[in-house]
Design a protein around this ligand. Structure first.
Ligand SMILES: Nc1ncnc2c1ncn2[C@@H]1O[C@H](COP(=O)(O)OP(=O)(O)O)[C@@H](O)[C@H]1O
Ligand SMILES: [Mg+2]
Length: 251
């Protein structure tokens, strides 16, 4: 198994409520998993724990059967609201992590090669405010992709984009993933985004409730037309989300 999360529990403080309760799941190599859940249910917290930038949980995280503690080179993390630095060119933004790790010389040729594939050809010397929202997001994604990690943690990468650009970016990510051979964990609260992109969707309840259920999506040949027809999947997911809510209200 590429990634295994075993009985993860987390709270931000002794007297604060439990955010993540008994979270267990595993991810196969090359699988695309979405974590779908309402605002405040702990999606970003979970990615923070996996990436190692936050500690203090109980439970275990394994990558390829090795227990992980703290920051690990296996994960590339694109946090929510990932920002480009406005005073650096796009190329310098993209190569930021390489520069931090004293590997800028090695990273630049790779960055230049990938910029075309990420729809950023010709933007090397431009500054972030000269680019559209979608292009900035692709630049932030490329910066993450250059980390040479094998598991990508993406926290609502398209959440701040308008609906048309978001659709374009989803199409772009969908096509890109086919050739990327990476294991991806995408956090989203957009059901269609999860259906369109994932091999499997883990549906989270509210904070402290854990994973309610998972939905496997088998179709390999997806496009927008296919997505429009998936009312059965949409309603299955809606049921998982609203079932417990109506029970809660009744109780
Ligand atoms: N630094 C923090 N200190 C205390 N509580 C926090 C902190 N960060 C997040 N929380 C709380 O933890 C819960 C989960 O937050 P988060 O993981 O950001 O949710 P999501 O990403 O699913 O919207 C929320 O109730 C939030 O208010
Ligand atoms: Mg979040």
């Amino acid at each position: 198994m590429k990634l295994q999360v075993d009985h993860l529990n987390f709270s931000y403080g002794k007297d604060l409520p439990v955010v993540l309760k008994d979270i267990s799941f595993s991810v196969r190599e090359g699988e695309f998993i979405s974590l779908l859940g309402p605002s405040g249910c702990g999606k970003s917290t979970l990615l923070n724990l996996l990436s190692g930038i936050r500690s203090g949980y109980t439970g275990d995280i394994f990558v390829e059967d090795q227990k992980i503690t703290g920051i690990s080179a296996h994960f590339a993390y694109m946090p929510q609201n990932d920002l480009l630095l406005n005073w650096r060119t796009i190329l310098d933004n993209i190569c930021l992590y390489g520069e931090i790790h004293h590997k800028k010389k090695e990273v630049i040729p790779k960055a230049l090669e990938l910029m075309d594939r990420f729809g950023l050809g010709g933007c090397e010397q431009k500054y972030p405010n000269e680019l559209s929202g979608g292009m900035r997001q692709r630049a932030a994604f490329l910066r993450t992709a250059l980390c040479e990690a094998d598991i990508y943690l993406l926290d609502e990468p398209f959440g701040a984009l308008d609906v048309i650009t978001r659709g374009e970016m989803q199409d772009w990510l969908h096509d890109l993933c086919a050739g990327l051979h990476k294991t991806i964990l995408l956090v989203t609260h957009d059901t269609d985004e999860a259906v369109y992109l994932s091999d499997r969707i883990l549906v989270l309840g509210r904070a402290g409730e854990g994973i309610r259920d998972e939905v496997v999506i088998e179709e390999q040949n997806r496009d927008r037309e296919w997505l429009f027809r998936q009312s059965r999947l949409r309603s299955q997911i809606h049921h998982i989300i609203s079932d417990r809510e109506s029970t809660d209200e009744a109780g």
